[in-house]
Design a protein around this ligand. Structure first.
Ligand code: ARG
Length: 588
């Protein structure tokens, strides 16, 4: 590893300019040598010291408990205190770290604050939308090509909240991976095959309307599907549906052509609605895509001796360790047609991340097991990112059926809030603003916790303008943006960093410095919550600084320096929100 920090080499030694890329990185690297831990392991152990009213004790703090083996132990244990003291004695100040002291279970660092202001502001403004992603933290992460599968609704069925979660989470991970230089294929794996198309086909012949199919395919197909499901109680309709699906699997031309219309019109409408969400896909694949291969897959399973027939004639694969059928997966119906899982056993996927609810965990577990049994080692690189249930999302129209319902609802609720807050008048396009702010609100509410946890959906909580919401992020961004508009937003290069030494300015700078860490954490565990809580803190810090560090009425030198600070905060806020898929409500 490069020799990074003077804290190891003794006091006073000046660090070369090149090494001042990130102060925290310097700190991490220096400490990582002393502690013999990789720098990324220290991300969680170093925290910013909050400003106390009177004075700031230090800028950053290393928690000894979290880097030593007895991480579960009480931080005030005498052993930890001693270790902190010993470590503090071994570390030496340098041009970056101006003070080192031991606290109860912590080592505290005060850093050269002028250097902090200079380095952070220069870097943020220079790198723009690439700030943070160029960090050394990512230098050892190999670049990959990843297929990211998300959203994946089922034609003619409800677009439930699970699909919305999958859409926004998948989009976020795709954005993050692209920002970090990976090659990404965004894939929508539609539920566009299966027995329900047998029913839908028969239903369309009975209740369908070609005009409605063209103008509002999602709604019309859903209605037809509901109708035919009621009618399908009788055996005759069931038989017709079965025949229709069999013909589809045999690629009967007429049957296929009707199915293709269902699919094509639905995709057109999806593209339009995803656009409102700011989401796009590189590929609309789906169960139909692999069904052609399912015959081949069954043959392969048979050749490898993995396919077994039950007395009823269905095809199964034994997944149990003892080969006693205590766990198995059904891959073929008795009439030879394919199932959900069969249409996915494709030998052509190399690395994939699937975003689907935890109710599908079993499915993916079975899928990966089958692929492994077939000898595809790349399955090790496949991952199912599962998420919890969202309870209680209802619109004024009632239960959520279509994605568009959710988008319309959040927009109208937001418009109403804006009207009662009397902010609509100054806004050029209130509809568009309401949509973007509302969308950010949905995303932030959804991304705040661990993805695997269930949560209770609440329009009111999501749309609050204060507190930890997407609305608050959007408002902070808008406020910082209008500050720039009012005072000029040219690139500020020559500012006097000595003007940025107030505690509230330092807090913002400290926080800006650590953006790369949350990008790193989210890229490792695929959880958006790190970035969300980072942006919320950034907004709170910027809002405080906005109050205590006025631009208006300050001397030109001070005003310039403060503007530069706010510009940097706004830029990082916008970058982070963009990654999350919460597009800012002002174009800059
Ligand atoms: N269409 C499925 C559903 O709505 C989700 C698909 C998940 N992805 C997959 N490769 N099976 O439940």
């Amino acid at each position: 590893m490069r020799e990074f920090s003077g804290i190891l080499r003794g006091g006073g030694e000046a660090l070369s300019k090149a090494l001042l890329i990130f102060l925290v990185f310097v700190l991490r690297c220096g400490l990582s040598k002393v502690l013999d831990l990789p720098p990324e392991n220290l991300i969680k152990s170093i925290s910013a010291v909050p400003v106390s009213k009177k004075r700031r004790v230090a800028d950053f703090q290393l928690s000894i408990a979290s880097v030593t083996e007895d991480s579960s132990s009480d931080c005030l244990a005498p052993g930890l205190h001693l270790q902190a003291q010993k470590l503090a004695e071994r570390l030496k100040c340098d041009a970056v770290v101006s003070e080192i002291s031991a606290g109860p279970g912590t080592v505290n660092f005060t850093i050269n604050r002028e250097l902090l202001a200079k380095t952070v502001l220069q870097q943020v403004l220079k790198d723009g939308s690439e700030y943070g992603v160029k960090s050394e933290l990512f230098s050892t992460v190999p670049k990959q090509k990843a297929v990211i599968e998300f959203s994946s609704p089922n034609i003619a069925k409800k677009f439930h909240i699970g699909h919305l979660r999958s859409t926004i989470v998948g989009n976020f991970i795709a954005n993050l991976k692209v920002a970090l230089g990976h090659e990404v294929i965004r894939m929508n794996y539609l539920g566009d095959w299966g027995m329900q198309f047998g029913l839908l086909g028969v239903g369309f012949q009975l209740f369908g309307n070609k005009e409605k199919l063209k103008t509002s395919p999602l709604q019309h197909l859903f209605e037809v599907y509901v109708q035919i499901n009621k009618a399908a109680e009788d055996e005759n309709t069931k038989k017709l549906a079965k025949d229709f699906f069999r013909k589809l699997e045999e690629h009967d031309e007429q049957t296929l052509s009707l199915w293709k219309q269902f699919r094509d019109f639905s995709i057109d409408e999806y593209i339009r609605i995803y656009k409102r969400l700011g989401v796009h896909f590189d590929e609309y694949s789906g169960e139909s895509f692999y069904q052609e291969k399912s015959k081949e897959v069954l043959k392969m399973l048979e050749n490898k001796g993995l396919l077994q027939k039950t007395i009823k004639g269905t095809g199964i694969v034994d997944l149990s360790e003892k080969k006693d059928l205590s766990s198995f997966s059904t891959v073929m119906r008795s009439d030879g047609t394919s199932l959900y899982i069969t249409r996915q056993v494709s030998p052509s996927v190399f690395i994939a991340i699937y975003f689907a609810s935890k109710s599908q965990s079993n499915h993916f577990q079975h899928l990966f097991q089958i692929l492994k049994l077939m000898g595809y080692d790349w399955v090790e690189r496949c991952q199912h990112v599962s998420f919890g249930l969202v309870q209680g999302m209802k619109t004024r129209r009632g239960e959520v059926i279509f994605l568009e319902d959710v988008l319309n609802e959040v927009r109208s609720r937001m418009l109403q809030n804006m009207a009662s807050a009397k902010t609509t008048k100054e806004i050029e396009d209130p509809m568009e603003t309401a949509e973007k702010v509302g969308l950010a609100a949905l995303i932030i509410q959804d991304f705040q916790g661990l993805l695997s946890s269930d949560y209770q959906f609440s329009w009111d909580r999501a749309l609050q303008s204060r507190g930890d919401t997407g609305v608050f992020l959007q408002y902070t961004h808008a406020r910082l943006h209008s500050l720039e508009q009012m005072h000029g937003n040219e690139q500020l290069t020559h500012i006097n960093v000595a003007c940025l030494q107030e505690p509230d300015a330092i807090s913002v700078l400290q926080h800006l410095l650590r953006y790369d860490e949350v990008l790193y954490r989210s890229s490792q565990d695929l959880q958006p919550k790190h970035i969300v809580s980072y942006l919320l803190t950034l907004s709170h810090l910027a809002a405080v600084a906005h109050k205590t560090l006025p631009v208006k009425g300050s001397t030109p030198e001070l005003a310039q320096a403060r503007l530069c600070l706010f510009q940097a905060a706004r830029s990082v806020l916008a970058n982070g929100m963009k990654l999350l898929g919460a597009v800012c409500n002002v174009k800059v």
